[in-house]
Design a protein around this ligand. Structure first.
Ligand code: NAD
Length: 318
């Protein structure tokens, strides 16, 4: 199995894709173009990453040279928190499609179920978490139901083939399933052996929502932004290294396979060609059930990406 079939559209979502968060703008186009040459078909972007134009350039170069057809690619992007109001969702998705130079997204996700005060993209883009003072988070009174209804209209308009949500728990999914005309097709969550999220994943699968795990290497993706919380690296963890040497694979491949073998897609980000080939090749072996369990037993509910930790004054509904 190298992909997950999304139930509503029957579309295949590759199990291994490439994340684009923190790829420097100057490198995006070449990384993405060459990654497509190496066999990547899924790219995971977002307004918040501030590099959709350059990532899109790489995609468009590959398309124009006939390396792939558009329908062979699976392009994911995300709606940022400041665009949750119904009057902003379509305008924002259209603007992001223009940046990519594409007609539709294969998957468009609500990045966080947290509505923030609107920021005009002409003033500041990407807007990020904070208001103009650079330190205050301004929440906005927009319900997720309002946002989701506008997301459904993107599907109606052909701007997104599938829609989903990121960074939420099962209780919110339960509510969404009550009001959704189009069910969320994908849930994207932080997932690595320090944060296994088993109950949430079991629930999502039960109700027919595919899961993508991000930050598969745990603290690794957060070192470059000094948010790794001093946690021990998973890539050099004794258990991961021992398992890796037993299969003659790299620790990264073991961490990716730990997820994909459980039917969870992964989107590791890396800019070095040898590593991206290695990551794509992580589907080429199987871990034993005992090794999967041993890796899962590292769980300590360590969440790297937690907006509640943002160390700022929150001006609630300001
Ligand atoms: P990651 O877990 O993919 O780790 C990235 C780090 O690991 C980089 O430093 C990279 O150089 C290194 N790395 C990658 N492959 C390697 C290999 N084979 N060997 C050794 N080192 C390797 O971290 P991430 O960037 O946090 O997450 C991946 C993607 O997930 C992002 O780019 C983004 O697309 C997505 N994401 C989504 C959210 C969300 O809120 N939905 C949040 C974070 C990330």
């Amino acid at each position: 199995m190298s992909s997950i079939t999304l139930p509503r559209t029957g579309q295949q979502m590759p199990l291994v894709g490439m994340g684009t968060w923190k790829i420097p703008n100057s490198e995006c186009a070449d990384v993405v173009y060459n990654a497509i040459k190496s066999g990547y078909r899924l790219f995971d972007g977002a307004a918040d990453y501030g590099n959709e134009k350059e990532v899109g350039e790489g995609v468009r170069r590959a398309l124009s040279e006939g390396l792939v057809k558009r329908e062979e690619l699976f392009i994911t992007s995300k709606l940022w928190n400041t665009f949750h109001a119904k009057e902003h969702v379509k305008a924002q998705a259209t603007m992001q499609l223009d940046l990519w130079g594409l007609d539709y997204f294969d998957l468009f996700l609500v990045h966080f179920p947290i509505a923030l005060k609107y920021v005009d993209p002409a003033e500041r883009y990407p807007p990020g978490w904070f208001g103009a003072d650079g330190k205050t988070v301004h929440l906005q009174e927009t319900s997720l139901q309002e946002t989701w209804t506008a997301m459904e209209e993107l599907v109606d308009a052909g701007l997104a083939k599938n829609i989903g949500i990121s960074n939420c728990q099962g209780s919110l999914l339960c509510d969404m399933l009550r009001f959704a005309r189009i069910k969320p097709q994908v849930l994207q969550i932080e997932r690595h052996p320090y944060l296994t999220q088993e109950a949430l994943i079991a629930f999502a699968k039960e109700v027919g929502i595919a899961v993508t795990g991000y930050s598969s290497f745990g603290p690794q993706g957060y070192i470059e932004i000094s948010m790794d919380r001093g946690a021990q690296s998973l890539l050099s963890h004794d258990l991961v290294s021992t398992v890796a040497s037993r299969y003659k694979k790299s620790p990264a491949q073991v961490l990716l396979r730990w997820s994909t073998q459980q039917g969870i897609a992964v989107v590791p980000k890396v800019t070095y060609e040898d590593k991206w080939v290695e990551n794509l090749d992580s589907l080429s072996f199987d871990l034993s059930a005992a090794d999967i369990k041993a890796l899962s037993d590292l769980n300590c509910n360590l969440r790297m990406n937690d907006p509640a930790d943002i160390d700022v004054r929150m001006s609630i509904f300001a």
